[in-house]
Design a protein around this ligand. Structure first.
Ligand code: GTP
Length: 370
């Protein structure tokens, strides 16, 4: 069984984290998200995967190679220009030879793929779309079905009075390769606005597969933080790579933790990280590799990538730090702040309310404070 993962998007909503790192390569609990996804596919019986790449393609090749390290076969195929979601699969059509799973490369889900495949086969479906319920359907594209799960209509961002279902397209499909004859070659073409409406008209069997599996689009700053919290509190199945050294505290190698530091799980600590005296690390929090947490610093709900240096008495809450930042003493970072890579902040800055700081930013003492 083969799968195509769409990884060609720019990830603009997640900037500045995606300025240097393609969205599917950003770490999820210290592991590139795409690597987690590939291992999950392998464990569910999918051994050959095509990555439809457009942006920073070399990063995928350098990290994943031909897939043999992960025990699978991987093709990294680069588009000459962005082809859109369906156009990207058309571009790799020559590699497809049977029903194929197609995944958005920014969706975190523990969907039962074998159950979806059995459903697809039972119905002799040509296109099967995974569906997930949402609380507020007005923000999404809804998928309407008959009692037999046959797709009848797509509704894009409907008004409240037009809502007949709360099921939305969850970004995982199984498609028979002959359906790609409807996709024009060498053009930008999307599933939602292009291929799926065409399949409704041709009458090829198209079914919805509703599921209550965990589902989150990791491509927005707050959902990126939320998905970490959900993994750490156990809302989604996740195999932690480290050793559990205390109640829900996982260590991914060696760390130096001062005896007076307080660590309250769920917390993951990367290899080579140092936590100094009096520091408080309150879960759900992830510390990347080689981070240095200064004395009396207080971290809660934070996601730190590798090589961050956190000064004395810094407060970090519900925020993300990319790679290689240096945060001066008594700086306060909270409320969904997103800091890119290689920033250097002097003492006593205050960064709050979803502020986004671009890679390489240098701030002097109290440069942002109020
Ligand atoms: P934003 O810029 O933040 O909207 O993110 P995005 O560019 O990734 O767009 P979106 O979330 O709508 O894309 C859904 C999935 O399809 C993501 O996994 C993208 O990587 C992928 N994708 C979107 N457009 C293309 C494309 O033109 N080519 C390829 N290969 N993949 C695409």
């Amino acid at each position: 069984m083969k799968a195509v993962i769409l990884v060609g998007g720019l990830g603009t909503r997640l900037r500045p984290l995606t300025c240097n790192t393609p969205k599917p390569m950003i770490p999820l609990v210290n592991q590139p998200f795409i690597e987690w996804m590939l291992l999950r596919l392998r464990d569910q019986g999918i051994n050959e995967v095509i990555l439809a790449v457009q942006y920073l393609a070399d990063r995928f090749r350098a990290t994943l190679g031909d897939g043999s390290r992960l025990g699978m076969k991987l093709h990294v195929v680069e588009e000459p220009e962005p082809r859109g979601t369906a156009g990207a699969v058309k571009n790799v059509e020559h590699l497809l030879d049977g029903p194929t799973f197609i995944f958005n490369g920014d969706v975190m889900t523990d969907l039962d793929l074998q159950a979806m495949l059995a459903f697809h086969r039972e119905r002799q479906s040509k296109v099967t779309i995974s569906l997930t319920p949402v609380e507020d359907p007005t923000q999404f594209g809804l998928v309407e079905m008959d009692t037999n799960n046959h797709v009848k209509r797509f509704l894009e961002k409907p008004r409240v009075e037009d809502i007949t279902t709360n099921l939305i397209n969850a970004g995982t499909y199984i498609i028979e390769p002959d359906v790609f004859r409807y996709v024009p070659p060498n053009q930008f073409y999307m599933f939602e606005r292009g291929l799926f409406p065409v399949v409704l008209q041709t009458g090829d069997p198209m079914y919805g597969f509703p599921s209550r599996a965990y589902w989150t689009d990791i491509g927005k700053p707050q959902t990126y933080i939320d998905v970490h919290h959900d993994i750490l509190i156990g809302k989604v199945k996740y195999g932690f790579r480290g050793t559990e050294i205390a109640n829900r505290v996982w260590l991914e190698g060696d760390a130096t933790i001062h005896p007076s530091a307080q660590i309250v799980g769920p917390v993951v600590i990367g290899d080579g990280t140092v936590v100094e005296r009096g520091a408080r690390i309150i879960g759900p929090t992830v510390l990347g590799a080689r981070c240095h947490i200064g004395p009396d610093a207080s971290l809660e709900g934070a996601v730190l990538w590798d090589d961050n240096t956190i000064g004395e008495a810094v407060t970090l809450r519900n925020s993300v730090l990319g790679r290689g930042n240096s945060i001066g003493p008594k700086t306060f970072i909270s409320d969904g702040a997103i800091i890119g890579d290689d920033c250097s902040f002097g003492p006593e800055n205050r960064l709050e309310r979803g502020i986004r700081i671009w890679p390489g930013t240098v701030l002097g003492e109290k440069a942002i404070s109020f």
